[in-house]
Design a protein around this ligand. Sequence first.
Ligand code: OSB
Ligand code: MG
Length: 367
Amino acid sequence: LTIDSAELRLVRLPLLSPFTIATGTMYEKLFPLLTLRANGVEGYAEGVMDPLPDYLDETIAGSMMLLRDVLIPQLVGRSFENPAAVESLLTPWRGHYMARAMVEMAFWDLFAKSLRLPLKTLLGGERNAIDVGVSLGIGPVGNTIERAQKHLELGYKRIKLKIMPGHDVKLVEAVRKAMPDAHLTVDANSAYTLADMDIMMALDDFNLDYIEQPLAWDDIHDHAALQPRLKTAICLDECIRSAQDARKALASGAARVINIKVGRVGGYLESRRIHDICAAWTLPVWCGGMLESGIGRAHNIHLSTLANFRKPGDTSSSSRYFAKDIVNEALEAVDGRMPVPQGPGIGVTLDRPFLDSVTVSTEHFPA
Ligand code: OSB
Ligand code: MG
């Protein structure tokens, strides 16, 4: 498969409502969108990095620099037999997992389309729909209970509450009281330390499915100190960017669940290694999200068809986030099940006029 051209856009989509997590509030979704072309076929991927390095250390500006100056020029005009050949071009670079993921993911979409197969089939997934829950941003207690109840009634399979110091034990206590039997989880986005044992012990009493990333974004060691002191499973998100990270986390007992975001860990091949290591330890994984547009959402859905994705993911209906999406197909969950988009590759197509209207900048390769 010879990559004959590529396109790198920066896209800005307004969010229907602001999304607050421990590290700050998002008012819009800004993301790079990569297109790779070969023989009249196009593969797409979006980046999950933020404008500022507040979730992880990657940024949109840094990623776009690496893509523009290094990664895309290495691809265009060259031929690749398969995704592994593309990955081997990316592995020498330190870090930049999110930028590398964009290249690998866009190539998988292109590769699957040129074989006329759905991406899930190439990956070895089998389901036609995946279980999903919702992630609720930080807000007032009463309002959070209302949002949680509404989404349970819609059939979502799990409610994840974002927490931060000052918005934790009382919030979770109130939501748990309102829905005693719901699958409930919390996500701290690294807002606590081992000095917050009293809060961790209090959260441990609410029968949560897991506590997501309570401690520092780069600290597997401290999670390994915390996990044995809790009944509740710890789920790692930020800490896991590679299969080596997963191995260290599992071997040290730092987590009993892992959140895989294909856009965070460098792509599908690495996602599958993490998925398989967890399966070997009989631990479940689930697919996280980053408020993606329809392109990233479709990628997440295909990944979630693999067998060890045994807990509901974060890929909820696109209409929860955006008044209008950049893809033509509706990505909407029904009774907590998100159907896998049909058709070759990721199974969604771009609404080009709308995409153009929300595009901030476009670069062409070759220029
Ligand atoms: O930690 O999973 C996270 C959103 C932005 C940054 C980090 C996270 C999230 C979410 C939202 O939890 C998941 C989604 O609905 O896409
Ligand atoms: Mg998380």
